[in-house]
Design a binder for this molecule. Structure first.
Ligand SMILES: Nc1nc2c(ncn2[C@@H]2O[C@H](COP(=O)(O)OP(=O)(O)OP(=O)(O)O)[C@@H](O)[C@H]2O)c(=O)[nH]1
Ligand SMILES: [Mg+2]
Length: 317
């Protein structure tokens, strides 16, 4: 077996960046988690779960693939939506391969123009993954493959199941084939560029989305306000922003039961992921119509908060 040094130092080692782009709910984050081998991106059954681009790093003996998970493509009708679509545009800058993903179980056999447009604008190789094939009989797949093949010259079209794993190894091989030769960008054991603090906010959001309905999942933004590691436990305090008082009531629930349930689920999962005992404090705040306000959208973004944290640290020095 190749050692860390020998694999990374090999002449034929390949490395590069691959953006995963598709409609909401196609299974992009599910695929990233599977290929990275660890949960780094939240997944829910509701569309428009992912709001930021997140890098997931998969290091194999033959190469290192840095996947960029992106928000699902949709017609933006709010400041948040426009910010999400800007995230997709930014994710496409400087990548080596574009990976388009389609939920094959939902589509009528026609090629999705919104996706094809992304492929046409991209100068490098594009691979198409037809996801959720565990849900659809093979004969149904062929007209879909045909429609996409006629519409664009893909480097490869692969049926996969991000959930169950079918076709995923073939997909990795195909991506590696398209990447340039080069040294790894990240250490072999690094799986994401995302700070743990942001992952914590995302896991809390995931647990809330899973138990919420209608507008509440979309109106929710979670900000970790305190993240303190002590010898005994990790202390996390998070502020859950919603847009209206009615949403706040739903989120808190009767006698605080809903918030308690979300907190317990999030704490358990974070304890497993981060490997330490956690105290998790959740607070709910009404931030009226934050999704419509570009400034508020920016303030609730983790990179903005990270800038604030870094300048806080600078101030203390
Ligand atoms: N049956 C089946 N379900 C899948 C598969 N891949 C993903 N899903 C489910 O599809 C839903 C959406 O998955 P996500 O990974 O959150 O999709 P996404 O493309 O990241 O969605 P957005 O972040 O909203 O753009 C979840 O319920 C997943 O469990 C698959 O291969 N088969
Ligand atoms: Mg996602």
């Amino acid at each position: 077996m190749a050692t860390k040094e020998s694999s990374a130092g090999r002449q034929d080692f390949r490395s590069g960046f691959v953006a995963i782009v598709g409609r909401p709910n196609a299974g992009k984050s599910t695929l990233v988690n599977r290929l990275v081998g660890q949960k780094i991106a939240i997944v829910t059954s509701k569309p428009q779960t992912t709001r930021n681009r997140i890098q997931g790093i998969a290091t194999k003996p033959q190469g290192q693939i840095i996947f960029i998970d992106t928000p699902g493509l949709h017609e933006a009708d709010s400041a948040l939506g426009r910010q999400m679509m800007q995230e997709v545009a930014a994710a496409l800058e400087g990548i080596d391969v574009l990976l388009l993903m389609v939920d094959a179980s939902r589509m009528h056999p026609h090629a999705d123009e919104l996706l094809l447009e992304k492929a046409r604008r991209f100068s490098g190789k594009t691979i198409l993954a037809l996801n959720k094939v565990d849900r659809l009989p093979k004969p149904k797949l062929l007209p879909l493959i045909d429609a996409f093949r006629k519409a664009f010259e893909f480097a490869a079209i692969l049926p996969i199941s991000a959930l169950e794993g079918a076709g995923c190894e073939e997909l990795v091989d195909e991506i590696l084939k398209q990447l340039p030769q080069g040294a790894p960008y990240f250490p072999e054991d690094q799986v994401t560029d995302q700070p743990e603090r942001f992952l914590a906010a995302e896991i809390i959001r995931e647990k809330a989305i899973q138990v919420m309905y209608h507008e509440v999942p979309y109106a929710l933004a979670v900000v970790v306000e305190k993240y303190e590691e002590t010898p005994k436990l990790l202390r996390i305090e998070a502020l859950m922003n919603v847009e209206r008082d009615s949403q706040k009531k739903i989120l808190i629930g009767h006698k605080g039961e809903m918030l308690k349930k979300i907190g317990t689920e999030a704490r358990k999962e974070l304890e497993t992921i981060l490997g330490s005992k956690i105290y998790l404090g959740l607070f709910v705040k009404v931030s009226p119509d934050w999704r419509e306000d570009p400034l508020r959208v920016r303030e609730l973004d983790w990179r903005y908060q990270l800038e604030g944290l870094t300048s806080d640290l600078d101030d203390k020095e």
